[in-house]
Design a protein around this ligand. Structure first.
Ligand SMILES: Cc1cc2nc3c(=O)[nH]c(=O)nc-3n(C[C@H](O)[C@H](O)[C@H](O)COP(=O)(O)OP(=O)(O)OC[C@H]3O[C@@H](n4cnc5c(N)ncnc54)[C@H](O)[C@@H]3O)c2cc1C
Length: 460
């Protein structure tokens, strides 16, 4: 077990790195430093303001949590009146209509023939004990052929950018509502919209500055001299416990908490055996923001986000971002939409066509009228966006995490630990906090090692 005077260096000032730094600061320890390659904090959870004054996130971020610790941290960084509270209103746009999410509870809203196919599939699929080899198997065995064909397969191809048979089903626990056939039949008969499922059915959003405001505020609460921006880690000499940065700086460490993608980390470490054939699968996301003059159409006025399984548009999800906070748009009457388009080697995106295709998608899905007054278009490509739960992921990642940890290197966070099921903001902040508690006190790391427990309980 390490004592408090050992030096901990943190790579990355995203939520995970800042969570680790916050924990050290909270414990009154000073022997730590944070290095971030960008000139801002927040990582994938940063926000940006465009020339016209619209605020954008990297895809729709909402703040909800499984942890008391995380909630207290949020209260500490942004006061109560600095948040907007929301009841989730999420929808699926398919068959030229909005259907409440999750589809499996609302199949009564589909055209009749499709509803019957979904219901028949559900009634026939209770195949307990059947092998669930991959995500496609899991979908078919859990939901049956109808829901799979009409929604889950096309939608999941769009969001993951990989065919579902190439993904494992381990992450599905809290993320996908499993069907309760009695409830579904009741909903069909009563015509009820059943939308309350899920851990994020209520969420908060910063009143000012987008999601990134949370992380800027947290960085501001830490001693200024501890956070070094524009400092890209280039080499880790794990034998000498020495870091070399692109800007020429060198830094020793006793413990390293790295939140950079683990596949990049293992490439720059001397003294770790890296197998060239190891393949860490991930996808990228393109966010396209459209700022408009006027008010959102009536049908979008209370919606949070919408899912898009069909192929008359490139999105897997669109957020009505102006609904999250009035300050996400300039003063006056404006509104905004933010579409997300996934990308992978098997699903390439032509960047020269992306904006045109996105606009056409907004028109085809009737989110924007052809003559609507667009005043701003913003786009952002995140190379590392979704840590794909590929087949064999756990064996590969766990092998590297174990090897690294033997050298006092804790690779944590969304792409540091590569576990989609515990890679939201609350999870990764806690991965940072728990890594520190493990280094200092030997306390087991719950989030990394027991994600299904974390996702089904409220924790300290
Ligand atoms: C489209 C999308 C939507 C999302 N929606 C939600 C949501 O609704 N709710 C939610 O809770 N979460 C959401 N997330 C997840 C959220 O973005 C992540 O949980 C969070 O940002 C991960 O934090 P992190 O610190 O682990 O990694 P990151 O945010 O990736 O931060 C890592 C940091 O390390 C830095 N870095 C990398 N390499 C180096 C280097 N060599 N040297 C120095 N610094 C380096 C990076 O610049 C970055 O700042 C979403 C993510 C995406 C992509």
């Amino acid at each position: 077990m390490a004592s408090g005077n050992k030096k901990i260096v943190i790579i990355g000032a995203g939520p995970c790195g800042l969570g680790a730094a916050w924990r050290l600061h909270e414990l009154g320890l000073e022997n730590y430093e944070v290095f971030e390659q960008n000139d801002y904090a927040g990582g994938l959870s940063a926000s940006f303001s465009d020339e016209k004054g619209f605020i954008w996130d990297i895809g729709g971020h909402i703040q909800f949590s499984h942890y008391d610790y995380f909630d207290r941290l949020m209260e500490a960084v942004i006061p109560d009146n600095g948040w907007v509270s929301h009841e989730r209103e999420s929808w699926i746009w398919m068959r030229s209509r909005f259907i409440p999410y999750p589809l499996q509870y609302n199949i009564g809203k589909l055209p009749q023939q499709e509803m019957l196919e979904c219901l028949a599939g559900l009634l026939n699929c209770r195949n307990e004990g059947a092998p669930r080899i991959n995500f496609l198997d899991w979908i078919l065995h859990t939901f049956g052929e109808g829901i799979a064909r009409h929604f889950l397969i096309p939608y999941n191809k769009k969001v993951w950018a990989y065919p579902p048979e190439e993904l494992s089903a381990k992450w599905t626990g809290e993320r996908i509502a499993v069907p309760d056939v009695k409830r579904i039949i009741k909903n069909i008969i009563s015509g009820t919209d059943d939308c309350s499922w899920g851990p994020n059915n209520a969420f908060k959003f910063p009143l000012h500055g987008g999601t990134g405001a949370i992380w800027c505020a947290l960085a501001d609460r830490l001693p200024k001299e501890k956070i070094h921006l524009c400092s890209e880690l280039a080499v880790v000499d794990s034998g000498r416990k020495l870091l070399k940065f692109k800007n020429g700086r060198e830094e020793n460490y006793d413990y390293l908490i790295s939140t950079m993608p683990i596949d990049q980390l293992v490439h720059i470490i001397n003294g770790i055996e890296y197998n060239q054939s190891d393949s860490f699968v991930y996808s990228s996301t393109n966010t396209i923001g459209v700022g408009l003059k006027g008010e959102p159409p009536e049908k979008l006025r209370t919606k949070c986000w919408m899912y898009f399984p069909e192929d008359d548009n490139p999105f897997y999800r669109v957020t009505v971002f102006s609904n999250y906070s009035p300050n996400n748009v300039p003063h006056g009457q404006y509104w905004s939409l933010m579409g997300e388009v996934s990308e992978s080697p098997g699903k390439p995106v032509d960047q020269t066509q992306l904006i045109d295709e996105a606009l056409q998608g907004f028109y085809n899905t009737q989110l924007i009228e052809k003559n609507a007054p667009i005043v701003s278009i913003w786009s952002y490509r995140a190379e590392y966006a979704y840590p794909t739960p590929f087949l064999g992921r756990d064996e590969l990642i766990d092998r590297y995490l174990t090897t690294l940890q033997k050298k006092n290197i804790y690779s944590r966070g969304r792409f540091g630990a590569w576990k989609y099921e515990c890679s939201n903001m609350d999870h990764v902040v806690m991965q940072g906090v728990e890594a520190v508690d493990h280094i200092l006190f030997g306390i087991p790391e719950l989030t990394l090692n027991y994600p299904s427990f974390i996702n089904s309980h409220r924790v300290r």
